[in-house]
Design a protein around this ligand. Structure first.
Ligand code: NAD
Ligand code: FES
Length: 281
């Protein structure tokens, strides 16, 4: 039986957890933009997590996740030496990395984690990489030094002004679009509202804007339809056709509605477990 031990654990910011997981077969094939699906318990839900880093030589995959519900809270309680029940991947299509010239990478909150390997690969491919990262407050800002190394220029924003520009990453996208000429492609990963607003900011100029959709996923193989998104009027499955799509073609209203579909059930599960219904290890 294949096991996936946790080799390293960090808490890069409050309510965020970083795991380095031993998974040599996944690390051998992983590319920026791809994701894994993991399970903590036999009957537990499947959690898709975009890969934050991979090391082919060490045979490891790094994931960073936020505690948002019951399963991610259980996951965050695991320690070094514990094993994940399932760790499946790499899934999805890789980011299209080539030498475009001048590119922009935008990461918001936990979304900075999946943007990092994309920025690094774009830099290695010879691009001039301008990165924009943002968080609600300074202590929630992750991977700043890694993003600085992967970029020719790094701009930082916090919603409360505790560090860098006081405001959203979209302000800095506007600034960069005014200051820089010949931008070829922009990647934006973060909360849905951020990706939607970045896409609206770049739409008038036609700057190609790739976003990474993170919908509810079940099987991760294109069979169940749970992860469907509408892109350019066509139904696509984020797990096999994505997770990256052209942000100017995504039907954001539908994506926002589908993301909220199980909110009541999620709240009930959290309340049940808080009430002592059962506990995770
Ligand atoms: P957050 O709410 O702290 O926001 C992060 C940043 O996004 C903010 O600092 C701001 O710069 C920007 N932002 C937020 N609201 C905005 C708005 N209305 N307009 C413009 N910019 C805005 O984010 P968080 O709590 O770290 O993120 C959690 C979300 O990110 C979850 O919903 C998670 O599913 C999603 N996520 C997505 C992916 C992916 O692959 N798409 C990966 C990781 C996390
Ligand atoms: Fe089932 Fe994508 S998760 S089709």
């Amino acid at each position: 039986m294949v096991v996936f031990p946790i080799l390293h654990k960090e808490v890069p910011a409050p309510s965020l957890t970083l795991f380095v997981v031993k998974a040599p077969e996944i690390a051998a094939k992983a590319e920026p933009g791809q994701f894994v699906i993991l399970r903590v318990e036999e009957k537990g839900e499947r959690i898709p997590l975009t890969i934050a880093d991979f090391d082919r030589q060490a045979g490891t995959i790094t994931v960073i996740f936020q505690e948002v519900g019951y399963t991610t809270t259980c996951l965050a309680r695991l320690a070094v030496g514990d094993e994940l029940l399932d760790f499946v991947g790499p899934l999805g299509l890789p980011s299209e990395i080539e030498n475009y010239g001048k590119v922009v990478c935008v990461g918001g909150g936990v979304g900075i984690a999946p943007v990092y390997p994309i920025a690094r690969a774009l830099k290695e491919a010879g691009n001039h990489v301008i990165s924009i990262i943002g968080a609600r407050t300074k202590e929630l800002l992750i991977l700043e030094s890694e993003m600085a190394r992967a970029s020719d220029r790094l701009l930082v924003a916090t919603d409360d002004g505790s560090y860098g520009h006081h405001g959203f990453v979209t302000d800095l996208v506007r600034q960069v679009m005014e200051e820089e000429k010949d931008l070829a492609v922009l990647w934006a990963i973060g909360p849905m509202i951020m990706m939607k607003n970045v896409a609206e900011t770049t739409r008038p100029s036609g700057l190609k804007t790739m976003v990474s959709m993170n919908p509810i996923m079940v099987d991760g193989t294109g069979m169940c339809g749970a992860c469907r998104v509408s892109v350019g009027g066509e139904t696509k499955f984020a797990c096999v056709d994505g997770p990256e799509f052209d942000g100017h073609l995504v039907d954001w209203n539908l994506a926002v509605r589908r993301a909220a579909m199980y909110r009541d059930e999620e709240q009930r599960v959290i309340a049940y477990h808080q009430g002592g219904g059962c506990g995770c290890h």
